[in-house]
Design a protein around this ligand. Structure first.
Ligand SMILES: *[C@@H]1O[C@H](CO)[C@@H](O)[C@H](O)[C@H]1NC(C)=O
Ligand SMILES: *[C@@H]1O[C@H](CO)[C@@H](O)[C@H](O)[C@H]1NC(C)=O
Ligand SMILES: *[C@@H]1O[C@H](CO)[C@@H](O)[C@H](O)[C@H]1NC(C)=O
Ligand SMILES: *[C@@H]1O[C@H](CO)[C@@H](O)[C@H](O)[C@H]1NC(C)=O
Ligand SMILES: *[C@@H]1O[C@H](CO)[C@@H](O)[C@H](O)[C@H]1NC(C)=O
Ligand SMILES: *[C@@H]1O[C@H](CO)[C@@H](O)[C@H](O)[C@H]1NC(C)=O
Length: 280
């Protein structure tokens, strides 16, 4: 029987049958209907916050015929099910109870994204977004990564040993790398010495990051860069004799090139800036 299977002729037959079966699956979907395109889009989840597992499909004007099912590899129950215009959570796994939602008013436009509240580290994994409409059905998979990231605040720290900058970010996980860049207004690179410490937060997972930069001079721009495998955040501070201008940016490191950024520019006019004393 085995030798029969491996003979060249029947091998060809097997390949043809396999190709036909695969063709059927691709062409008509598992439910026997035609397939529709379903696409996922992922951005990392921030522990304790709200996350979105992105999924879109070819829209269908018949809301009643749209069924969306989210499942996670290794989890017995479903993550979320939405059909006939409403949630069906009887088969939902206990670990997702009370934390999920689809954007019901956007489903008609082809948005099958899942909102996940209070993201846990353990929510990382492989998810399947399956969508069935009157036109057919389709499935797409996404890998969800979780961790913690936050924008840093940079400010001038007044100390006896000369002025220094403090860069502080409340929540990071995994432990990020921190480095600074320092450029004078003339564009020259400035040598600098920093020390960074990490402190475990009360929930025993995320770390508070504090980095000090010593020997700060006026008329220069300093940038604190905090980075791990899921996010990169920067805090800028431009120091002159009479003013300090700040900016921050948070970028999510992502395979799908989706990014979220926020800018919080602030301008502080400080009259008796301690840095003034440094300009000797
Ligand atoms: C779906 O809709 C939600 C809510 O408006 C939005 O945040 C999300 O980006 C949308 N997802 C996609 C993939 O368009
Ligand atoms: C900086 O320190 C000096 C002396 O230690 C103090 O007089 C001054 O008010 C401080 N400035 C700020 C902005 O904290
Ligand atoms: C970093 O430097 C500051 C100022 O010199 C000091 O107070 C702090 O203890 C240092 N932190 C570490 C982790 O060395
Ligand atoms: C965090 O860890 C400490 C020491 O290991 C323990 O005493 C504390 O209960 C833990 N806290 C949480 C929220 O798990
Ligand atoms: C700051 O600069 C002074 C003078 O150049 C130097 O003696 C001191 O070691 C520097 N401090 C640090 C922390 O690099
Ligand atoms: C910073 O720039 C201002 C104006 O360009 C200048 O007056 C001041 O002396 C400079 N300070 C230092 C420490 O270079």
């Amino acid at each position: 029987m085995l030798s029969f299977l491996f003979s060249p002729n029947s091998m060809t037959t097997v390949i043809i049958i396999l190709a036909a079966v695969i063709g059927l699956i691709i062409g008509f979907g598992v439910s026997g209907k035609r397939s529709i395109s379903v696409t996922t889009l992922t951005s990392p989840g921030n522990i304790g916050q709200r996350g979105i597992l992105g999924c879109t499909f070819e829209p269908d004007i018949q809301m009643g015929s749209i069924a969306i099912r989210w499942a996670k590899a290794g989890v017995a129950g479903l993550v979320h099910e939405f059909r006939g215009g409403k949630d069906h959570l009887q088969e939902q796994d206990a670990s997702f109870q009370g934390r999920t939602a689809v954007f019901a008013d956007q489903v008609i436009g082809g948005n099958a994204s899942l909102e996940l509240r209070d993201v846990q580290l353990s929510d990382a994994g492989t998810y399947r977004c399956s969508v069935t409409t009157a036109r057919g059905s389709g499935v797409a998979v996404l890998r969800y990564r979780t961790g913690a990231f936050s924008t840093p605040r940079v400010h001038v720290e007044n100390s006896s040993g000369g002025d220094m900058l403090q860069c502080e970010a409340p929540r990071w996980f995994p432990r990020p790398a921190v480095h600074w860049t320092a450029y004078s207004d003339a564009g020259g690179y400035l040598p600098h010495v920093a020390n960074t410490s990490y402190k475990l937060n009360a929930e025993n997972i995320t770390l508070k990051v504090v980095s000090f930069l010593h020997n700060v001079t006026a008329n220069a721009t300093y940038t604190c860069v905090i980075e791990n495998n899921i996010a990169k955040a920067t805090g800028n501070i431009k120091v002159t004799d009479v003013s300090i201008t700040r900016g921050t940016n948070l970028q999510l490191v992502n395979l799908n090139a989706e990014s979220v950024s926020s800018s919080l520019p602030a301008c502080h006019w400080v009259l008796l800036l301690p840095l003034y004393l440094l300009s000797i």
